[in-house]
Design a binder for this molecule. Structure first.
Ligand SMILES: [Zn+2]
Length: 187
């Protein structure tokens, strides 16, 4: 059975044969639900839960059940699930391995506001994985993620400025990015 938290703002979800009563995250009551009624965000959470509870004896089946949650949530437009599905394609976890499909998923997720996918898709553009290599595109996606404070993307933006990759404006911005902030008051 699948259990979700009765608090609609809490995304705790678990699958269990034995009854579960209280949410370990917020302490509210858990309720039993059918998988078919889960909204895309909870479907994605269920996929993550299943990925975290793989069993050795049913590994392939478990991977498929997890990947299927991501796939259904992606088809319902969930950008977090799209990135997770991309990872499944990239690794061949519960899906037939396909770098092209993985990159498509990262792109979809990035275009729909998933910050970590912006960075991931930026990497694909930078390395030329599943698509043509393009520093310009990589720079744009890294910058999108960096604006939302993604640490690795911020580093890549700094690096690309420094080496003039994908951007004409070299060096000077690096100094700005890497200079520690001073004079900020806490109150
Ligand atoms: Zn809860």
């Amino acid at each position: 059975m699948i259990y979700i938290c009765s608090d609609k703002n809490c995304y705790y979800i678990a699958e269990s044969e034995i009854p579960l009563l209280k949410c370990p995250d917020c302490g509210k009551e858990l309720k039993k639900v059918r998988e078919e009624v889960l909204d895309p965000a909870r479907l994605n959470s269920l996929g993550v839960w299943r990925m975290q509870h793989l069993t050795e004896e049913h590994l392939e089946e478990d991977l498929k059940r997890a990947a299927s949650c991501f796939e259904r949530a992606y088809l319902l437009g969930n950008p977090i699930a799209a990135e997770n599905l991309g990872l499944c394609y990239e690794r061949g976890d519960g899906m037939e391995k396909s770098i092209d499909r993985a990159v498509q998923m990262y792109r979809y997720a990035a275009e729909h506001g998933n910050i970590s996918a912006c960075y991931r898709f930026g990497n694909c553009c930078y390395e030329g994985v599943g698509r043509e290599k393009s520093y310009e595109n990589a720079f744009t996606w890294y910058q999108n993620a960096a604006e939302k404070k993604h640490a690795s993307a911020t580093n890549m933006v700094g690096y690309m400025y420094e080496y003039g990759q994908g951007t004409a404006a070299a060096v000077s911005r690096t100094a700005i990015l890497k200079k520690p902030c001073t004079g900020m008051s806490r109150r």
